[in-house]
Design a protein around this ligand. Structure first.
Ligand code: TNX
Length: 537
């Protein structure tokens, strides 16, 4: 008996020992992983996203204090006034976390210290958005050819400060320093967009502003609002009020929808413009038009209103393409939106018109494009708008499929939004709780590792846009989760030249955004290709 007990005791002890060894080893690997994380990651010269064209680090730092002033000077009074507004934006950004009340001073001479925002002496080759930030121990000097460039520089400046700068409450015990450095920067593409579908699910003015604010920090400069679809019409049109009272009354899954009054739309436009972001309005036609057809009987062949639609099928609705009433109605819509929207663009949709005959579609998109041009705007349309003989190079193609042969032949400008790379409503992987997967899964790496020139000739590419379709996106939390952390990558594809981009280096910079995103309350997805350091890779 004793023997057996002994044996049992021994094997128990061995098992325990084994367990302890396994535990020690796994902690060691864990610690080792951590060490690798901290030490062996390729150290980028900075963690800025999008990566600037050039960054030179010196030694020392500039320390921001309550006594720092922001000096402004333009080439003329108007410009100085505009730069002062950028300075106010900067001051407000810094106020909450630092508690500082920075003075804004119109500078007569070049100040010897502080933050200096100026267009004086800037070179034209910086373009509208380029800038230089030269930081010494005494001053941070931002020079840009246009105030817009100063605004982009201010977004970079945020990322040069410690991540705590993004907190919305007073932070103590942090030194608000910026490393001595010189950054020279300008974007590769002038169109760097985020689209939000506010038709399938409606998002409030504040929810949209919040997304604009977050996107602007990565130098996204267009926010495209998909304002109408089968499930909802979201912008007040004074001549046709039922569009919103009826057409805007619901959403995917049923329940209350919503809409923006024209005043609210202008408020969104203003908030975006303060960040040099342009709001691009879209009304989708001739398909995706059930909300309008449900609002007014005269838009239908039988004169009767269609029932409201709260499902997620596409391709069943169509405007009447051979009826002048349709074009009168559309002209009213275009006129009203052109009066309240400063953007040079109006997006007319044109996708998935599956119940419109091809010849009718071709005719329709040509008619609508000419209405848009009549009101001084440039039309944008989804493919296959480029295949219509009535569409020429005065129209921009937003390319979501692989097809743009006609656009190339016609020399149309192209915004790249190829679904399998750029769709924010595609799931990251099979476990993603929101989104679709018809164009495939888009993990953060897939979202980052491509270039617009993979899909279109460089000379035609205006830039890139990442669309968030919202059939499966019911709230802000879900919206954040699908947009972040993919949007910083799209922003970088649009801003940073292809030769300067590399996933292995980028993912470290993205990881370094974590604390900033947290401080901003962004509900981002922790993609394991970024947040788990894999020794094998
Ligand atoms: C296709 S992409 C659509 C949208 C859907 C989306 C869902 C495009 C121009 N049309 O109507 O919301 O797929 O991913």
């Amino acid at each position: 008996m004793k023997n057996t007990y002994d044996k049992q005791g021994k094997s128990k002890a061995i098992r325990l020992l084994l367990l302890i060894i396994v535990m020690i080893f796994s902690t060691m690997t864990y610690v080792r992983k951590d060490v690798v994380k901290a030490k062996d990651l390729p150290q980028s010269s900075n963690n800025i996203i999008p990566k600037p064209l050039s960054y030179q680090k010196g030694s020392g730092k500039f320390v921001l204090t309550n006594n720092t002033s922001i000096y402004v000077k333009g080439n003329n009074e108007n410009e100085t006034a505009e730069i002062s507004r950028v300075a106010e934006f900067l001051r407000e950004k810094l106020r909450a976390s630092t508690g500082f009340e920075l003075k804004i001073i119109k500078a007569d001479n070049v100040p010897a210290q502080g933050i200096y925002l100026t267009t004086v002496g800037a070179e034209a080759d910086k373009g509208n958005e380029g800038y230089r930030i030269a930081t010494t121990a005494e001053e941070v000097k931002i020079t840009a050819y246009k105030p817009e460039g100063i605004s982009r520089a201010v977004q970079t400046l945020r990322q040069l400060l410690p991540p705590a700068i993004e907190k919305n409450a007073l932070v103590s015990g942090v030194e608000w320093s910026i490393p001595v450095s010189t950054i020279d920067d300008k974007p590769e593409y002038s169109y760097r967009g985020l689209m939000i579908d506010v038709a399938r699910h409606f998002f409030t003015v504040d929810e949209i502003k919040r997304q604009i604010g977050h996107a602007a920090q990565y130098k996204i400069n267009k926010v495209h609002l998909h304002l109408s679809d089968d499930q909802g019409w979201r912008l007040e049109i004074k001549k046709w009020p039922d569009l919103t009272t009826i057409g805007g009354s619901t959403k995917v899954g049923g329940g209350p929808g919503g809409y923006y009054t024209q005043e609210q739309f202008k408020d969104i436009v203003k908030y975006a413009a303060d960040r040099y972001v342009e709001i691009v309005p879209e009304f989708d036609m001739p398909g995706h038009s059930n909300a309008a057809l449900a609002s007014y009987g005269f838009l239908n062949p039988d004169g009767k209103k269609k029932p409201l639609y709260t499902g997620t099928k596409v391709g069943f609705s169509s405007f009447m393409t051979r009826d002048e009433k349709t074009y009168g109605f559309i002209e009213d819509v275009i006129r009203e939106v052109s009066e309240i929207s400063p953007s040079k663009y109006i997006h007319i949709g044109g996708d998935e018109a599956l119940s419109t005959k091809k010849a009718d579609y071709d005719y329709f998109v040509g008619r609508v494009a000419s209405i848009v041009k009549k009101y001084g705007k440039t039309p944008i349309g989804w493919d296959p708008i480029d295949t219509s003989p009535s569409i020429d190079s005065s129209v921009v193609l937003q390319n979501w499929k692989d097809s743009n042969t006609a656009a190339r032949q016609k020399n149309m400008n192209i915004i790249t939004s190829v679904a399998k790379k750029a769709y924010l409503d595609m799931k990251y992987d099979e476990t993603t709780p929101y989104g679709l997967n018809w164009a495939g899964y888009i993990p953060v790496e897939t979202a980052y590792t491509w270039d617009p020139t993979d899909f279109a000739p460089k000379n035609l590419v205006l830039g890139i846009e990442a669309p968030l379709w919202t059939e499966t996106i019911p709230n802000e939390k879900a919206m954040d989760y699908m947009i972040y952390p993919r949007l910083p990558g799209y922003a970088e594809i649009g801003w940073t030249p292809k030769v300067d981009r590399n996933w292995a280096e980028y993912k470290n910079r993205l990881k370094a955004q974590e604390e900033r995103m947290r401080n901003e309350g962004i509900n981002f997805y922790k993609d394991n290709s970024v947040w788990t350091f894999n020794l094998a890779k």
